[in-house]
Design a binder for this molecule. Structure first.
Ligand code: PMP
Length: 442
């Protein structure tokens, strides 16, 4: 059998035993077998520059030797997991994360995913406030569990409308369409605050929390104007409502100017709760919640997590975080991300498919539309993704209509790699545009 048919056979087996609702971005999904730096290799031996690794949890670099060594050393000593036992690496990592969080008197609870971090934050906030009423932003994504789906406003990723929570969705996440599309930042902020006040006027009894991504990830890298969350905070404070900042995509310096996404809204002060996941483990499954002690310790019975903060994942995460800080990868995200944004804006100027290039640091999106009508065009994103893959570049997809290309490379991306990726993307936009034209004629 040729490698290609081995791969096709694997996909057939995948579809035969795994659920239909498991999403893949490519027509023939890729099996990754190797990774190094900013590159990965698939089962057919093709090499790709990885412009989406940051979201696939590879925050610093693929196969970072420091992380591999730390994991192997810990696994060789003891490979167990339970929060019933002390772990030196978990304590050290919690000390680091607590200090970095900006939250006073911070306590850290480790989980094994972002979804579980969302769940834990909601558990804490609802228990602390004794209310199951929560606020979330329209177009949001916070995970796939029963409660996380209940605060996920992006209907493409919210497969059931049932929820243990009473959720009110407020404006603030996206304004590329709808009645707010043409407002200035100040007008949009005022409209969102009025909307929040209006919603709070309709709730019965206390509201536990507002959960918000400082930059909506799955939603298509859309940011509320800087300061909007500070304006929200003033309203929340009047009602005693807690603010949960979901930093699963925005944390650890990815946005370049800030270590956390919430810091773009600095006058909001630190959030009451902060959730993280993905990047911290550089591929290992780790997430968590930071909260003030008073909130973290509000539960009335014990709560444990078998895999949360296991010695192996925290050893790897500690090595990864150390590397990130010692090599100033936030600064690299700012510098290389700024350059990439400029290059991509130049590329977009030559393509009728691109309505907007937006981003911060190494978190950049291209929004694709149908030329002429300006309607969101999901099929174009699929076509560009395929063409980029043929050119040796992996991208992500997002946005409610699936029409946004998402770029979030490992934070060690070099200038040469940024330029190479921009060139591949320019060619892919061109090729995809021609294919879409040909299809329209047929
Ligand atoms: N919050 C945000 C902002 C996310 O982007 C994601 C994952 N895409 C999650 C939560 C859930 O994380 P996980 O997939 O690790 O459960």
């Amino acid at each position: 059998m040729s490698p290609d048919s081995v791969h096709t056979a694997l996909y057939a087996r995948h579809r035969a035993v795994m659920p239909d609702w498991l999403a893949t971005y490519y027509r023939a999904p890729i099996e990754l077998t190797h990774g190094e730096g900013r590159h990965v290799q698939d089962a057919e031996g093709r090499r790709y520059l990885d412009f989406f690794g940051g979201i696939l949890t590879t925050m610093t670099a693929h196969a970072l030797p420091e992380v591999t060594r730390a994991v192997a050393a810990q696994a060789g000593r003891v490979l167990h997991s339970s929060t019933l036992y002390l772990s030196r690496t978990a304590v050290e990592l919690a000390e680091r994360v607590a200090r970095l969080s900006g939250i006073p008197d911070a306590r850290v609870f480790f989980t094994s995913s972002g979804t579980e971090a969302t769940d834990t934050a909601l558990l804490l906030a609802t228990a602390h406030r004794r209310s199951n009423q929560v606020l979330a932003l329209r177009n949001s994504y916070h995970g796939r569990s029963f409660s996380a789906v209940g605060v996920t406003g992006n209907s493409a990723w919210s497969p059931t409308s049932l929820s243990p929570l009473q959720t009110y969705y407020v404006h603030g996440g996206v304004r590329t369409r709808g009645p707010f599309a043409h407002l200035t930042d100040a007008e949009f902020t005022a409209a969102c605050v009025a909307d929040l006040e209006d919603v709070l006027g309709q709730t019965a009894g206390p509201v536990a929390a507002l959960i918000a991504e400082p930059v909506q990830g799955v939603g298509g890298f859309t940011s509320p104007p800087d300061g909007l969350l500070a304006a929200f905070r003033r309203v929340l404070d009047r009602h005693g409502i807690l603010w949960i900042s979901d930093e699963v995509q925005t944390g650890w310096g990815r946005t370049g100017d800030h270590f956390w996404g919430w810091q773009a809204h600095a006058q909001a002060g630190p959030p009451d709760l902060l959730t993280f996941a993905k990047g911290l483990g550089n591929g290992l499954s780790i997430g968590g919640v930071v909260a003030r002690a008073e909130v973290m310790n509000c539960l009335t019975a014990g709560s444990i997590s078998t895999f949360g903060g296991s010695p192996v994942t925290t050893a790897g995460a500690l090595a990864n975080l150390t590397y990130l800080l010692e090599h100033d990868l936030q600064g690299n995200a700012r510098r290389v991300g700024g350059l990439l944004l400029t290059r991509l804006r130049a590329v977009a100027a030559g393509s009728p498919l691109v309505r907007e290039v937006r981003g911060r640091g190494l978190m950049i999106a291209l929004e694709l539309v149908r030329p002429g009508t300006g309607e969101p065009w999901g099929a174009a994103a699929t076509e560009v993704l395929e063409a980029a893959r043929e050119g040796g570049l992996l991208l992500g997809k997002g946005g409610r209509e699936g029409n946004v290309l998402r770029i979030a490379p490992p934070l060690t991306l070099t200038v040469a790699e940024a330029e190479q990726g921009a060139a591949i993307l320019a060619a892919a936009l061109d090729r995809a545009g021609r294919r879409l034209d040909e299809e329209a004629v047929r």
